[in-house]
Design a protein around this ligand. Structure first.
Ligand SMILES: [Zn+2]
Length: 457
């Protein structure tokens, strides 16, 4: 089978014909989660996008080697452990297992290797030693930093000058750094934090070094594809390139693939807004194939706006085409060969699953289907990772509560709590403002002698 495939490479900002390093083989490294809380729909999108890419690479005949890491040593994990009074390793392990369960429940293929930072400390220390020996790293007070002014290509992935990077980054003032954008390769640890012995004292790796180390360990100094969410381009991926290329003098990854980010009802998903949709919660309401098809009907690079309403629409479309497929008759043969050619071409053009799904819906809707068409439909479903959805999705809508309602309830409870506190300290202005906030959500607050209740207006 002809392999020709075009991939949008974030490094050159162009679609390029994909050329693998070793004929017939593809090595791909994807940045995985930092395991300090339950995984959300942003994680789901990344897992689903790279699952699609792996499936399609296999479909066109490549042998793939897929590596996705876990960041299990990180400030956020340490903070969470302190907050809950639990050991850091326990927190990391809990959320690592949860993530594995979540992506399995989404029906994604497992990567071939899923390394963790805590199991690769020696390799990381060796790489830091090399960076120092090459003149790119410096040691200050038990910590090691990368000197970005030595790496002339710094900024080539995010296509920015150092001035622009500085203006887009929140940096803590650190007198130990030679340049403001220098970043830690090794950090000293506070008493009680996870730490390992190193030539520079007890401590732990900085965030970026793990991916340079683990990608090289499994895929070599130069490999085919590096992936991750768009939010990782700067500084994380920029720093990975600097760390890897300064010691190897070779190109790090040949192609960089970045998936777009997600909004929830046109708002950024964030803890402070209170609109984070966890994978587990979404799967309680929606079948995994509805979530997958929702993401795959968008091109992987575009931002997506997720809402219960849109998932409902996907479900309606699926119920309609399920009926159409089950109406298959042994009528005269009508071939769907053009369907096959069209969806494969769409996927060969930078994995355009949105276009491919467009053909899937169109052909099923417009044609009288024959038994032989079913094989073509199933080949598509297997390749896209949605095979079997017709047995799993029915038109029962009883479990379809929306996650927006849950967010509202959480927001209202928060408003009531804050308002009670304001009233206790007689801050009437704040209490009134909070009442207005509730009204904007369409909620009327009712004060009684037993406390505050609410009703929808
Ligand atoms: Zn990474």
């Amino acid at each position: 089978m002809n392999h020709e495939l075009r991939i949008y490479n974030s490094l050159t900002n162009k679609k390029e014909i994909f050329k693998e390093l070793i004929p017939g083989k593809v090595g791909i490294y994807v940045c995985g989660p930092t395991v300090y809380s339950s995984s959300h729909m942003g994680h789901a999108r990344s897992a689903i996008v790279f699952d699609l890419i792996i499936r399609f690479l296999k479909f066109v005949g490549y042998q793939t080697k897929y590596v996705r890491n876990f960041t299990d040593v990180d400030d956020k994990i340490i903070a969470k452990a302190a907050e809950e009074g639990i050991a850091v390793e326990k927190i990391a392990n809990k959320y690592k297992l949860e993530y594995l369960e979540d992506v399995k429940n989404l029906g994604c293929l497992s990567p071939d290797f899923q390394p963790c930072v805590s199991e690769n400390i020696n390799e990381i220390i060796e790489l830091i030693k090399k960076i120092i020996a090459s003149g790119y790293g410096y040691v200050v007070a038990g910590e090691v930093y990368y000197n970005i002014s030595k790496f002339s290509d710094y900024g080539k992935l995010s296509n920015q000058s150092t001035d622009s990077m500085l203006s887009h980054t929140r940096l803590e003032i650190n007198p130990n750094k030679k340049n403001d954008l220098d970043f830690a390769l090794w950090k000293s640890s506070k008493e009680g934090d996870p730490s390992w012995n190193s030539p520079w004292g007890k401590g732990r790796p900085g965030w970026h070094i793990e991916c340079s180390s683990m990608s090289t360990k499994y895929l070599g100094e130069t490999f085919d594809i590096h992936g991750g969410g768009r939010d990782l381009i700067f500084p994380h991926h920029e720093n990975e390139i600097a760390q890897s290329e300064c010691t190897s003098n070779e190109k790090f990854a040949n192609y960089w693939i970045h998936n777009g980010l997600i909004n929830i009802n046109k708002e950024k998903m964030s803890k402070s807004i209170g609109n984070i949709v966890n994978i587990q919660d979404a799967l309680k309401i929606w079948n995994k194939n509805i979530i997958k098809i929702f993401f795959l009907t968008h091109h992987y690079r575009t931002p997506v706006d997720l809402s219960s309403e849109k998932l409902k629409e996907i479900k309606k479309t699926l119920i309609k085409i399920k009926k159409k497929i089950s109406d298959t008759k042994n009528i005269r043969e009508r071939k769907m060969d053009d369907f096959r050619k069209l969806w494969i071409n769409a996927m060969r053009d930078d994995f355009n699953s949105a276009k491919a799904f467009g053909y899937y819906f169109k052909y099923i809707n417009e044609r009288a289907l024959t038994k032989s068409n079913i094989d073509l439909i199933e080949e598509f479903e297997i390749t896209m990772g949605i095979f079997g959805w017709r047995n799993e999705i029915n038109d029962d809508t009883s479990s379809e509560e929306s996650f927006e309602q849950k967010f509202d309830q959480e927001r209202i409870q928060k408003i009531i709590l804050e308002r009670n506190m304001a009233r206790q300290i007689k801050n009437w202005k704040k209490a009134d403002d909070l009442r207005l906030q509730a009204e904007e959500l369409g909620i009327e607050l009712i004060d009684t002698k037993n406390g505050t209740s609410w009703k929808r207006k």
